[in-house]
Design a protein around this ligand. Structure first.
Ligand code: ATP
Ligand code: MG
Length: 320
């Protein structure tokens, strides 16, 4: 059974002023599920709705439509009071550690706060636990880091604090939202490794969000590809990388360095990602897609299961 299940989730945001309101649909009817101990990689261009979907899965956002199920419990409409009990089992490692940790708090305060909220322990015990986790994430000597403020840490060190805070309560579900995108290339691997170590140790379901399909293919067992708010392809990581079906996925893979030299089919999209406030009719990729047919301009393709577990939302694969 899946630990986290999103069923036909829609997330709309209202923008604008009192006089002129627009709604944008950042996530449009997406269903995914993640099993206990499973790493699910979510990829797609900037603005495709990955972070929004991750936040809905943690019920940091309440979806406009659709259901969010966690460990068999429908948490879509749960009030914050009831969600609090579940919150310690689901955690976010955010895209930007600088905005996730209160700049006025010391690292020690940032770490003991969730412990005091969720666990029945004394302040002294919480400090001991904070020290332990700092050592586990490689911030030693721990005592020294406890008293520092966020601005006294490097980006990589601060991301380690964010990981420590997410892992403190041994959650069952982690959303790692581009956890290395703001970091220097030289330390990215060590941050990913740290997240994977905890994932294995606690047998966590991990939603790993990234622009980088090559990185995701190395760590995830399954991959979902998003384009303009929709899931357009999903399947086992190995088969997505070896045999991408959706033209958008093909384009992502042909952008991996050396892919051309290795003989990977080259698919280049025209133009930029479309406007989410006014997405193209039919298939959302059609204005950019080199394979676009008439029907793609008129009708939205269904998500079809090509082989078990392998899904694609593209007219090229619909038998007509
Ligand atoms: N709280 C919000 N209020 C209004 N619009 C939002 C909000 N959060 C996201 N959006 C909009 O929803 C769309 C999807 O954003 P989201 O951050 O989910 O994309 P993303 O795939 O994570 O992009 P990136 O790779 O740049 O992080 C964007 O157009 C964004 O501007
Ligand atoms: Mg994002």
């Amino acid at each position: 059974m899946s630990l986290v299940k999103l069923d036909n989730v829609v997330m709309e945001f209202e923008l604008g002023t009192f006089l002129s309101k627009t709604r944008i649909r950042a996530v449009d009817r997406v269903s995914i599920d993640i099993g206990r101990g499973e790493i699910y990689g979510l990829v797609g261009e900037s603005g495709s709705g990955k972070s929004t979907l991750g936040r809905v899965s943690l019920r940091l956002y309440k979806p406009t439509k659709g259901r969010v199920i966690f460990d068999g419990i429908d948490i879509t409409d749960l009030p914050e009071g009831k969600l609090r009990k579940l919150r310690k089992r689901m955690q976010l490692i955010p895209q930007d550690p600088f905005s996730s940790i209160n700049p006025l708090q010391t690292i020690g305060e940032a770490l003991i706060e969730p412990l005091l909220v969720h666990v029945d322990i004394s302040r002294e015990e919480a400090i001991e636990k904070a020290k332990e986790i700092l050592e586990e994430v490689g911030l030693t000597p721990a005592e020294e880091f406890l008293t520092r403020k966020p601005h006294q840490l490097s980006g990589g060190q601060l991301q380690r604090v964010a990981i420590a805070r997410a892992m403190l309560l041994k959650p069952d579900y982690i959303v790692a939202d581009e956890p290395t995108s703001n970091l220097d290339a030289s330390i990215r691997a060590s941050i990913v490794k740290l997240i994977l170590e905890f994932q294995r140790r606690f047998n966590q379901a991990l939603l790993f969000i990234s622009h980088d399909i090559a990185l995701v293919s190395l760590i995830a067992s399954r991959i979902g590809v998003m384009y303009l708010g929709q899931l357009v392809e999903e399947g086992p990581a190995k088969s997505i990388i070896r045999e991408p079906l959706h033209p958008y996925t093909k384009a992502l893979i042909s952008a991996i360095p050396l892919s051309e030299e290795l003989g990977v089919e080259r698919v280049v999209l025209k133009g930029e990602i479309g406007n989410i406030a006014n997405p193209p009719k039919g298939c959302r990729l059609h204005p950019r897609c080199p394979f676009a047919m008439d029907i793609c301009r008129r009708e939205e393709p269904p998500m079809i299961e090509v082989t078990p577990g392998r899904k694609v939302k593209c007219w090229l694969y619909v038998k007509r």
